[in-house]
Design a protein around this ligand. Structure first.
Ligand code: PLP
Length: 423
């Protein structure tokens, strides 16, 4: 039996209906933007393995840092103890985060980073003797799969089975072109009941919704309104962080700054699961008290794992090289050229580019469902052609590792263009 067959005996995969899905492809090695399966077929990883891998697979610079840390101090509990990788990582991140972000809390993944932010938003008011329980979020948001994160997410079939068991969320339209006013009005309406504690959003790009993009000016307005109404703002940069939008953080495009930020995915260059939620000093101060009950009683066993921190430090060092910044600019330029070429294609309705993110929408008769027939047909076509892309309904997006070569990128574009002929 090969790996794919043995997998079927015991393994349960994410977002997978095992009865109708094809068996998974067994990957045996990766290098740069390439992956190889157990039959030695080569694939271009054009979505950076769910957006985690900017610097390429099996990166030896990060691997060396991990090895060095593993053989110095692999792990120590973070309750009552600390260590150099966490301290240095915090110092380095504070240098590049928006100036108001001063306190960092570690967890393990994007969902837990969001979970922490939402719990903090709720307890912040509780600690001040106010009971506020409603979160504001965008339509079609994705913030993760744990309970609070899931509640904030608006992609309905992810959450249908759990309706009635989730925290209160008011949903407002995303301020895409033409919807800016509607979004602002909906926010003002939501704020009329005085129960709102926080507003969570994916800044500038809604990843899981299909790389839906909106302008920073609109987000600035929404943040400002929240500020005026003493509602905490949470920028979920789990997808957008560390260069994806062309700047280190999507929030770098903003004039207003959020009260909290959630980081994960590319934080460790796609090597070790780790996440960080960051806060203003004012938020930290609301938990700082003689009273133990005002502390944040949240933690995870592997909080601030030193090996993860070492991987994050190496990743950050790579991101900050001129070389890597050059790659980000090169991929962006290449996307813009492809956009120019493809945008008037008869089967394409819209295209969008920000940083290393490219998306196009395919003209369809009826609205295409998230995991529908069109999506599956496209996915299979891409896999057959050796390119890993996961369309969302009728949206095809590309979010490659920054180090993808021009030749590989051209192949991805060609396969996307060819796919337009089969739909
Ligand atoms: C992926 C993602 C999450 C969830 O992260 P996990 O590590 O999968 O739990 C949360 N928010 C955004 C914006 C994401 O893209």
């Amino acid at each position: 039996m090969n790996l794919t067959e043995r997998d079927q005996n015991h393994l349960w995969h994410p977002y997978t209906q095992h009865k109708t899905s094809k068996p998974p492809i067994a990957i045996t090695k990766g290098k740069g933007a390439l992956l190889w399966d157990e039959n030695d077929k080569e694939y271009i990883d054009a979505i950076a393995s769910w957006w985690v891998n900017p610097f390429g697979h099996s990166n030896t610079f990060i691997a060396d840092a991990i090895y060095k840390q593993l053989t110095t101090l692999e792990h120590v509990l973070f309750g009552g103890f600390t260590h150099e990788p966490a301290v240095v990582l915090a110092e380095k991140l504070v240098e590049i985060l928006p100036k108001n972000q001063q306190k960092l809390f570690f967890s393990d993944n994007g969902s837990t980073a969001v979970e922490v932010a939402i719990k903090v938003a709720l307890q912040y008011f509780f600690n001040k003797g106010e009971k506020k329980t409603t979160i504001i979020a965008f339509e079609n948001a994705f913030h993760g799969d744990t309970f609070a994160a899931m509640a904030a997410s608006g992609i309905s079939f992810f959450t249908d089975a759990f309706q009635g068991m989730l925290i209160d969320v008011v949903r407002i339209p995303v301020p895409i072109k033409g919807q800016e006013e509607a979004s602002i009005n909906a926010l003002r309406d939501a704020l009329k009941n005085n129960n709102c504690t926080g507003f969570i959003f994916e800044p500038l790009v809604q990843g899981a919704a299909g790389m839906v993009m909106y302008e920073s000016e609109s987000l600035d307005k929404l943040i400002k309104i929240c500020e005026e109404n003493k509602v905490l703002t949470i920028a979920d940069e789990v997808m957008t962080g560390f260069g994806k939008t062309g700047r280190t953080f999507a929030c770098d495009y903003l004039t207003e700054k959020p009260d909290m930020m959630c980081l994960s995915k590319a934080l460790t260059g796609g090597t070790i699961p780790m996440a960080i939620t960051t806060f203003t000093s004012a938020i930290f101060d609301a938990f700082y008290d003689e009273d133990i009950n005002k502390a944040l009683f949240h933690g995870h066993t592997f909080t601030a794992n030193p090996t993860g921190c070492a991987a994050a430090l190496a990743s950050l060092a790579l991101l900050q090289t001129n070389d890597m910044q050059g790659h980000i600019a090169r991929v962006n330029k290449s996307h813009l050229a492809f956009q120019k070429h493809i945008k008037s294609h008869p089967k394409v309705t819209t295209t969008r580019v920000l940083g290393v993110i490219f998306a196009l929408e395919i003209k369809t008769e009826s609205s295409a469902s998230y995991y529908g027939t069109l999506r599956n047909k496209l996915y299979d076509f891409f896999i057959e052609n050796g390119v890993i892309l996961r369309p969302v309904g009728n949206i095809v997006y590309i979010l490659p590792p920054y180090i993808i070569t021009d030749e590989q990128l051209q192949k991805v574009y060609q396969v996307v263009e060819k796919a337009l002929e089969i739909v």
